[in-house]
Ligand binder design. Structure first.
Ligand code: DHE
Length: 520
């Protein structure tokens, strides 16, 4: 039943005055309009509050959506509506928020540019306004209240703590000089922050629901992988303006979401994992793209869209794959891409040069390839990745593509990290009852040498090293959490920096030099 707004408000007032829950027949659309639309947008795509659509809500951890509607969110502007809505109305409103949008509004260059905000009080600086080592700056994303702490990697002093868009996901990306960083939220906002000046430069909404971002090797372009709409947005890192918005449509015309985008610096390209078609895409950002590859003519798999490449064009090569490849791991040459099978049954290696499958991988249990790392072992390079479904870390020889060891852990893990100066690999046990543990694995023996449990019952996850690998920073992933600084050799705890649900940490040097023990 549809309520009209004025009678709804009168009823609301009466029930609030009487101190009773509002128990009329629920009409979630009307309730949304009256109670939610001002902050979350009439189209549910967000305004000053975040978007409330299944793409973001289905993975909401912690309190269920009903609880947030009823009780609100502490330390945010989200109030509770237990006085206005009874349990049935809350359940219906929650179900409504989980239904897909019937119409996805256009979100092309015009709309993206209209969303761009450049901070008027921002002024660039020539040198840092602080005295720390610019290469050892580490960012800690705090997802509890949507902030980032900027840490001096030598003293662990917090140099700044700035607000980010709601629900940051994936690793922030630094410019090659380490001066600027770009941060993306699941609602598609991209934030540019000047680390030298400790100031936000601006923000732009590059998509309506996005996955991650990648920066070109020359630092000029930022690729934004979108779920909604099915597009790839390429921004200029200079001023967050739109360089191109490309519709993502497979060879057979099927539109697709982008599962992830990564940069392949030696190839001067972005590589995309597509969610809905068995293809990977390579998008060139080279000033003079290899016309043999990107302008067609070499092999049947190569195809170009749009005009002959100019300096600002981003020609696309679409490569068919035997299976869907949701997530990737590149070898050091960036010729080979390892992908995991969607069904969690195995994996495969694609050769990007010839656009063909190179090998199958023994990788059951949904490995989290984006979290993989490499190191030298027994005269070869190995890659290790935790599994999202099994308590296991797989170690794979990157020459023979054979699994050399499956290391049993106390549960499925999410993040794995090391540093070339460290003898150890750290892996968390993110899911399940042992989420408060962190394994430390010897890189030579491939055995677990220590299991840390810094805070019983609290989720312990994600490690980042300092520039020289001497310290490891671990998150206590809770609202009253902390980043713990460990001596990476003795594995002793040295310090706790209180933080609000810290997730990823990102060291400038490790990221811009593509350190082998970290994600890129
Ligand atoms: Fe992530 C990185 C995909 C859920 C926190 N996550 C990534 C990347 C991918 C990915 C492809 C690499 C992108 C990059 O850094 O540029 N993540 C996925 C999923 O498919 C999955 C399982 C489901 C989803 O809905 O997206 C998923 N991720 C989560 C979470 O629930 C986490 C734990 C909490 C959150 O913030 O949403 C989470 N993901 C992270 C973090 C990174 C990340 C902190 C960056 C790690 C790094 O060190 O680079």
């Amino acid at each position: 039943m549809t309520r009209n707004t004025s009678s709804f408000k009168a009823a609301l007032l009466a029930t609030v005055v009487a101190g009773l829950p509002f128990a009329s027949q629920a009409d979630p659309i009307e309730d949304y309009k009256n109670l939610c639309a001002d902050c979350h947008g009439a189209n549910r795509l967000g305004a000053q509050g975040p978007a409330v659509i299944p793409e973001t809500l289905k993975r909401m951890r912690g309190p269920k959506i009903e609880a947030v509607i009823r009780d609100g969110r502490v330390a945010t502007q989200m109030p509770g509506y237990s006085n206005e809505l009874d349990d049935a109305a809350i359940a219906e409103l929650s179900a409504y928020l989980k239904t897909p949008l019937e119409v996805i509004p256009p979100w092309g260059e015009k709309e993206i540019m209209a969303s761009r905000v450049l901070d008027e009080d921002y002024a660039p600086v020539d040198s840092p306004v602080w005295a720390s080592d610019p290469m050892n700056i580490t960012l800690a994303v705090e997802t509890g209240d949507h902030h980032v702490s900027v840490l001096d990697g030598d003293t662990f002093e917090v140099l700044d703590r700035f607000a980010t868009p709601f629900a940051v996901h994936g690793g922030p990306k630094f410019t090659p000089d380490g001066k600027f960083v770009f941060i993306m939220s699941r609602d598609g906002w991209v934030q540019k922050y000047d680390i030298y000046a400790l100031k936000q430069v601006g923000r732009v909404r590059a998509g309506l629901n996005s996955r991650n971002i990648a920066m070109s090797g020359d630092g000029k372009w930022l690729a934004v992988a979108n779920y909604l709409p099915n597009t790839l947005t390429i921004l200029s890192t200079e001023d967050l303006s739109v360089a191109e918005v490309h519709d993502v449509v497979g060879k057979d015309g099927t539109p697709s979401r982008i599962a992830a985008v990564y940069q392949a610096p030696p190839r001067e390209s972005f590589v995309l994992a597509l969610k809905d078609v068995p293809e990977i895409w390579e998008v060139s950002y080279a000033k003079y793209p290899d016309l043999n590859i990107f302008a067609g003519g070499l092999a049947h798999d190569y195809r170009v869209e749009g005009p002959v490449p100019q300096e600002t064009d981003f020609p696309i090569r679409k490569i068919s794959t035997p299976d869907y490849m949701d997530d990737f791991f590149f070898d050091q040459s960036y010729e080979y891409v390892m992908g995991a099978s969607r069904k969690g049954e195995g994996g495969l290696v694609m050769d990007l040069v010839i656009g063909q499958k190179e090998a199958d991988l023994d990788l059951p249990g949904m490995p989290h390839l984006g979290s993989g790392i490499t190191w030298e072992w027994n005269g070869t390079t190995v890659m290790a990745t935790p599994h999202l479904k099994d308590g296991m870390v797989s170690v794979i020889d990157m020459e023979s593509w054979q699994t050399v060891k499956k290391i049993k852990t106390e549960g499925p893990g999410f993040f794995m990290r090391s540093h070339k100066n460290s003898p150890y690999v750290w892996v968390d046990v993110f899911f399940g009852p042992n989420k408060d543990k962190m394994h430390v694995i010897d890189k030579e023996t491939l055995e677990i040498v220590k299991t840390l449990q810094p805070e019983p019952d609290a989720t312990v996850a994600h490690v980042e090293f300092t520039k020289d690998g001497s310290h490891a920073l671990v998150s206590i992933w809770e609202n009253d959490g902390a980043v713990i600084v460990y001596d990476a050799k003795t594995l002793e705890e040295l310090k706790r920096l209180p933080m609000n649900k810290p997730s990823g940490k990102y060291n400038v040097w490790n990221k811009i030099t593509f350190e082998e023990g970290t994600s890129h």
